[in-house]
Design a protein around this ligand. Sequence first.
Ligand code: ZN
Length: 454
Amino acid sequence: MNSKPLLALLLFIFFSLTAFSQNKILTGGWVYDSSTKSFKKNTGVYLVNGLFGTGTENVMNWEVMSLTDADYILPGLIDLHAHYRVSYDNKAYDDTVAMPKIFLANGITSTFPAGEIESEKMWDLQKKIDTGNRPGPRILHSGPYFGTAAPDWNPDFTDQDVRNRVDDWAKKGAYGFKAKGITKEHLKVLINQAHKHDLTVTGHFDSGFRNSVNPQEAIEMGIDRVEHFLGGRLLPDSIPAYQSLKQIDPVDPRLEEIIQLYIENGVYFDATLATYGAIGLVDSPVFFDFAYEVQYFTPFTLNVIKEVKPSAFNELCALIYPVKKGILKRYYDAGGLITVGTDRPLLLDNYLGGGIGGFFIHREMAAMVEIGIPAAEVIFFATQQNAEALGIGDKAGSIAPGKWGDLMIIKGNPLEDINRTRSVHTVIKGGKVYSTMQLKNEAKGKLGPVGPIQ
Ligand SMILES: [Zn+2]
């Protein structure tokens, strides 16, 4: 007998039951209204079959979660540069053990991994998360890197090879792609092919030095988003971007050209600001208290990072951080589109206590507020604007009828102090409730390799 119909029936019953049990209503507290970028009294957040309801549903026998006046409900955070990667001793892998829990515990309900090392493994993780077998955020797949950052990249790939790579991952369900270490020729093919699938492309570029691509050229090719630095002619192609970036004056009038290019083309900029300050060992209230995060590492990892000494890269990032702060504020004042991403792969060879991805999104938001962007805007960037930048603004990013039922609940008004986003205590993803404390406890002592990476 064919077992498929029976399996389908069982699956239907299973999903019907789980969906039913997820219907609930949140009363009390305050809720972030993305249309006005402000908090209003919560008159009821409805969760129906994993999505936000309209508020007109019949709530007989629904589960009620009562909140207090100190509770603030925010849409689930989206991290658009959310590495799961761990690297050590020239080897790297994607961590699927602790990072999913750490992201979710911090209120991050969606992650765009921005280039995966082990794409198949990440795909498998997503399936386990989606079927409820593992706690974790949504993985909005980036697929493998496009460029030399991918272990399997071949600089001699033909245009057709690049198109096939795009088609394969688009078919699997990737939400967008990330280029790193790519040539102009390959980038052009990548952007055109991704757009045929209605998927966005972002990139980590350089100055144009040694056949690299300057973000300015990427924008002219039609890229959707850019990571790390704006680019432009202030970065001469005779030296790597970071070498000129450290000496740029953020008020240099010549920056105007590249800022306007972003605005005219509607290109989003993900500054990954705080990671430069953390790597640069910059002392700022934004970076306080990394110490408690060491409890998440495995004993082997703790041993490895104990031996790490500061490098020239740490010094370079210390110089770059204030420049990036000035440039991002200027870009914001001009009306540039900003996204939020953490960019905290766990680079054990250089880990000096700079903070773990997941926790880090709160530092990224605090760093943006520190340079003068209002907290209400920053929350909008990390939620609705990030969703729009990835082309899923109609599905995610705000607490609105029919959207994914993803939110986080914190203590205290984050508009008064953005650091309060760290006080997240409850996360709801797809209508399912998670306790931050429980997720954190499950992740402790599990992050990083348990022995030398094979
Ligand atoms: Zn990155």
